[in-house]
Design a protein around this ligand. Sequence first.
Ligand code: AMP
Length: 542
Amino acid sequence: MRGLIQDRPLLISSQIEYAGTYHGDVEIVSRTVEGPIHRTNYREINLRSKKLAQALARLGVEFGDRVGTLAWNGYRHLEIYFGVSGMGCVCHTINPRLFPEQIAYIANHAEDKVIFTDLTFVPLLEAIASELGSVQHFVIMTDEAHMPETSLPNVICYETLVEAENGEYDWPVFDEMTASSLCYTSGTTGNPKGVLYAHRSTILHSYCVCTNDGLGVCNADTILPVVPMFHANAWGIPYAAAMSGAKMVMPGSEMDGKSIYELMEAEGVTLSAGVPTVWLMLLGYVKENSLKFSTMNRTVIGGSAAPRSMIETFVNEYGVNVIHAWGMTEMSPLGTTGNLLKKHQDLPGDKQIDIRLKQGRTVFNVDLKIVDDEGNEQPRDGVAFGRLLVRGPWITSGYFKAEGGSVVDEEGWFDTGDVATLDPDGYMQITDRSKDVIKSGGEWISSIDVENEAVGCPGIVEAAVIAVPHPKWDERPLVIAVKEEGHSVTKEDVLHHLENTLAKWQLPDDVVFVDELPHTATGKLLKTALREQFKDYKLPTA
Ligand code: AMP
């Protein structure tokens, strides 16, 4: 027997329609590429998303077409998110930090019909425009006064395009499994692969982001997503914020500590989200200038492991709760959040940090398990580790155009490529990416563990740990670290610091200092580049 409940599809347009209708006055504040701070609200965003949908239809964009964006976090990007998905097309966010050849590959693979670009990326597009066969229009996200001289063909000014329409538009209603957005992941091998989200998965994921034990997004929040809208949909925050009518503060292209801090204070930001490298810059600026956070009460750290020292600084020095989160582009992206359970509330501070350091408990609707190389499930005892498999209604079932073939097993499990432990309370801890683990004499050393401890050493700002070949042990850990400016920390200091927490066999065999570490386009340490750079490195112990 079927339930007698209305079968209304879960559609992204309903989020912005709701925000525009019931939270119309709530502000969306953006630092613009043109310079000034811009203020709008959900009523305007809803209206202009509709105008954008009308305009795209007039340009010949049809249901299911892909529309690319090369843009920072800002109000126009938000209008594109809702306008494009709302009309039944696919909002394809392109990471502008990728190499131009990768961007061309991705736009061609997606067959983008229109590309929207911030002023910043016009030169980038000019260099590859001749290779972009499917693109019929380039829309520059600015007004007439700021339109640049450009060699791009078929160029349109965003404001002119949008303001030519009247906004009298009813969002179309269609199947909730319709594709809504597309984001390519840059795996370390092979070409980037597209993760194709659906309206249904996006709405379900948004509900999760709004739960207290998810990211707790609610109307009382003012949210500054530092995580870019081209990185797994800014972790779903734009959708969840609209669904809650939460004020949004968009940082544009200025991601340095000073710019972010000033925006947080000026706008009363309560919640933020970003990768550890961004928080390193922010905390550095706040410390150097003896500042405090006057309104921020929590921050989401994900994308890479949050080091203990970073969590301690936020929690102990600034009273900012840290939600350590783990997920993947393939997971929309939320998989686990490191919130404390009721029984942890009275634990001493450092024991609470031990828990926050783990990547967290699975959110409702994401199943996790760990398996060995033969696929046997491993115990949830916090000690045994294995390949982490996931399944759930916002996890990919296969990449766009079937790239990479089948990616889930017969029971629907997707292999994350991460190695993890699961404890009896359900907390998951990432030990490593499976290809980054250091295999030393039959034992596994977690590069993440060593990195986390190394950045806790006074004078070290960032550290990467990679495996280097060793004649006796197969592989041994090498620390590659960046010193704080003007600090005289030595290799011996780092090793001495690590002796406090690591077992003898886990201690790195050497420490080298570099001016900076390479990062991927989403801010993760680029270990493939480091492995290449140090492939002939002779350890003193070899
Ligand atoms: P992406 O799809 O670019 O977001 O990358 C997903 C991958 O980032 C995951 O499979 C993990 O390897 C890594 N990752 C994400 N969050 C965390 C975290 N909190 N701790 C450690 N690794 C993480």
